[in-house]
Write a protein that binds this ligand. Structure first.
Ligand code: PHE
Ligand code: NA
Length: 464
């Protein structure tokens, strides 16, 4: 017998709350930690161009599709997809998109928490003045010492997972809404301060050059698939986070005069994508000059943010305050993202009858456990490499570079080919017909072709 699931999670109070929550999900470690370090590893400017193309041609159209599917279904991604499959008279196997997404969210949450916990430790240290007057060599050694201490990392990982699942347990609407409203603007302001500082250092021109000079000879097949994965990762796409948030988006909202207005999906999505891109580029602008100034390698790897920024805070006036504040904001940005990683699976469990608290606890415990593997990858298990690297490297690569693009591809195919066009059009309610046609062409042809082509190209060049 088929069971009908009812929406039980509540709704955002306005379009802006949706934008804030989705921006909270999008802006996170992906922008401040991951974007700069992979750009460093994969050669700079050419990688950035590729990444921006992926955002424009795949990220934005697929994000529109994800929000649209979510709002139409009104449920957790798994139930949304099976409901929409039924409406479209196709097999319920399409719910697989939801299951795949919940699984990727869970994998990402596990290593995301492990990395966010470094930022948590840095808040504490920045406040104590540990970074004052630090040199490039000392900063690198300091970061490595932290990683060599598994107990410290485990404690911090535990704390981060508790605060994440705590919010999920409370329901997303309460704390999150207010938090993002204040935090995002402050994060922007601090990034501007950091870029300002970076521009006074001797390595500024070289840093900017690295970020924006296009040397396409540096591109490899691996770089291509990493850029693609990063575009999905940074916009929180391909795993249902945005679909889940879209499900809490109202269709119409009353304006001040009491008239109902449709809530536009496309303009919301563009706002989110632009903000996310600005934060990523800003983070790159703030960090690369410091690498060049300090004579550090560009291909630092995951430690890049943790090695470079203390240098800035150690030198600039007010560095103690700004440094502490900055790492607090990184933790908050990571926090609002990790909540959205846990939400799809928790919401699914809630619809199946679990209490919110129990659901959050179950997801949190499992992700915590898996995350221990990532924590240990930087110390005890450092030498255990298989497939693409350590345990952490493998979880990160599989979830981000393989599962997210795959999820995004399936979402695009469902929205563009499987779902009834009238349904999609009604849900999007776009004022401009040409714009609608552009979206449709992107989501039907351009995004799927590009994802498949990039997959094949990178697979072929990795094997060759
Ligand atoms: N977009 C987040 C970031 O850039 C990470 C994330 C990925 C969050 C997928 C939710 C879903 O940090
Ligand atoms: Na992001």
């Amino acid at each position: 017998m088929k069971k009908e699931y009812k929406p039980v999670h509540g709704m955002w109070t306005s379009r802006w709350v949706f934008i804030l929550a989705a921006t909270g999900s999008a802006v996170g470690l992906g922008n401040i930690w991951r974007f700069p370090y992979i750009t460093g590893e994969y050669g700079g400017g050419a990688f950035v161009v590729l990444y921006l193309l992926c955002i424009a041609l795949m990220g934005i159209p697929i994000m529109v599709a994800e929000v649209m599917l979510g709002r139409r279904g009104g449920l957790s991604p798994i139930h949304t997809m099976s409901k929409l499959a039924e409406q479209s008279k196709v097999t319920r196997r399409w719910a697989g998109i939801g299951y795949l997404g919940a699984l990727s969210g869970f994998l990402i949450l596990s290593f995301y928490s492990a990395v966010a916990s470094w930022a948590l430790i840095y808040v504490w240290e920045a406040a104590q003045g540990v970074f004052q007057g630090i040199t490039a060599v000392q900063s690198k050694a300091h970061y490595e010492d932290m990683l060599a201490n598994p107990w410290l990392l485990l404690g911090s990982h535990t704390l981060f997972m508790v605060i994440t699942m705590g919010v999920v347990a409370l329901g997303v609407k309460q704390g999150l809404e207010r938090a993002v409203r204040v935090l995002m603007p402050v994060l922007f302001a601090l990034l501007v301060v950091l870029i300002g500082y970076a521009s006074t250092t001797p390595g500024f021109a070289e840093g900017v050059g690295f970020l924006f000079a296009f040397d396409f000879s540096k591109l490899s097949g691996e770089a291509v698939i990493v850029a693609l994965g990063q575009a999905f990762f940074t916009l929180s796409l391909g795993m249902g986070a945005i679909m889940a948030y879209g499900a809490y988006m109202p269709r119409e909202i009353k304006d001040k005069s009491g008239r109902s207005r449709p809530v536009s999906i496309v303009s919301s999505v563009i706002t989110i994508a632009v903000l996310d891109t600005l934060v990523a580029l800003g983070a790159g602008l703030a960090m690369f000059p410091l690498l060049f100034t300090g004579g550090l390698e560009v291909g630092q790897g995951p430690g890049m943010m943790f090695v470079t920024l203390p240098l800035a805070f150690g030198q600039m006036p007010g560095g103690l305050l700004f440094g502490t504040l900055f790492f607090v904001l990184v933790v908050c940005a990571a926090w609002s993202s990790s909540i959205s990683l846990g939400e799809p699976m928790a919401a699914w469990l809630v619809e199946r009858g679990l209490g919110r608290g129990t659901a959050a606890l179950a997801v949190g415990l499992a992700a915590w456990l898996l995350g221990v593997g990532s924590v240990l990858s930087f110390n005890v298990w450092k030498e255990h490499e298989f497939l693409v690297g350590t345990f952490f490297d493998n979880i990160e690569f599989l979830s981000t570079s393989v599962m997210l693009p795959l999820g995004g591809l399936l979402i695009a195919i469902f929205a563009g080919w499987v779902m009834k066009e009238t349904h999609a059009r009604k849900e999007l309610a776009m004022k401009s017909f040409p714009l609608y046609l552009i979206w449709r062409a992107l989501v039907r042809v351009v995004s799927p072709t590009a994802v498949i082509a990039l997959f094949i190209y990178s697979l072929w060049s990795v094997l060759a």
